[in-house]
Design a protein. Structure first.
Length: 285
């Protein structure tokens, strides 16, 4: 920028004055202090908090894009008994990143803010991603349990222990249980730990390591949502079903009235399960 006939001050610092200019203009150049301030901001807690949020969004969006691509190549996610364990768990973790990172983002950012108070910004950034890694590890372990359940169910069907009608009835039972679970005190307790300001959570007050706190937060999230994820199997493991469950979890964690969100979802699941008893053709898959 060019200024005429006077030296320019910015925040009390006289900027470079080009006295040799033909018209006596003054040339505005950013002072070293401003460069230092920009560098300090880039290394500070606010900048790294923004980077953390951007990474969470990018990971979640990338996972959703892969899931949508799978949806185009196959109507359902291929989480079946015939799928190798490594492939199943890879798809499961991908699904958790897509569905849980958006719903856990507020807690993760809040965790970073509290860590930045007592640590250097870089250390708080590392500590936060240790928390995220542990959180995701808990969901990966839950995937092992899900794979075991799929193997047992697939084996029973393969040996004709369960007819297609019985399989459909089992799916209805899962939907009904998922709906009723939304009204239980245990669900409410786990949800309160996921919604409470992070410095007031019981697992935060233990002053445990970042990794252990990530494990504890993941455990409470599973306590909140394990039957919602179980309901994905009778719902067909479709992109639409995943989106619905994600919205339910997001509503429970962000709306001012979490009980209303939980109870509404519970009523919806119970009603849908009841409709399937009367009219199996209403199934989404």
């Amino acid at each position: 920028m060019i200024y005429r006939d006077k030296d320019i001050c910015d925040g009390g610092i006289v900027l470079f004055s080009d006295k040799n200019s033909e018209r006596g203009f003054v040339t505005h150049r950013a002072p070293a202090a401003r460069d230092a301030a920009i560098d300090a901001w880039r290394q500070g807690p606010t900048f790294l908090r923004i980077i953390t949020l951007i990474l969470l969004i990018e990971f979640a969006l990338s996972a959703w894009l892969v899931l949508v691509w799978h949806g185009h190549t196959s109507r359902e996610m291929t989480m079946t008994a015939g799928l190798p364990a490594v492939h199943f768990l890879t798809d499961w973790v991908l699904m958790m990143v897509a569905m849980m990172f958006p719903t856990a983002a507020l807690v993760i950012i809040a965790f970073y803010k509290t860590e930045a108070v007592k640590r250097q910004p870089e250390d708080a950034f590392i500590s936060t991603w240790l928390f995220v890694t542990a959180y995701l590890l808990v969901w990966a372990v839950a995937g092992i349990a899900a794979y075991t359940g799929v193997l047992v169910a697939g084996s029973a069907v393969a040996h004709s222990a369960l007819s297609p009608v019985v399989v459909a009835q089992c799916g209805v039972v899962i939907l009904l249980l998922a709906g009723l679970y939304q009204f239980t005190p245990f669900k409410e307790t786990c949800l309160s730990e996921c919604r409470t300001p992070i410095e007031m959570t019981t697992w935060r007050r233990t002053r445990a390591s970042s990794f252990r706190m990530g494990l504890l937060h993941g455990a409470y999230c599973i306590g909140c949502n394990w039957l919602l994820f179980a309901a994905l199997f009778p719902l067909g493991m479709t992109i639409e079903a995943m989106a619905i469950i994600t919205l339910i979890i997001l509503a429970e964690k962000t709306l001012l009235w979490p009980r209303a969100a939980s109870y509404t979802a519970g009523v919806g699941l119970v009603l849908y399960g009841t409709l399937l008893i009367a009219s199996p053709q209403l199934a989404l898959h």
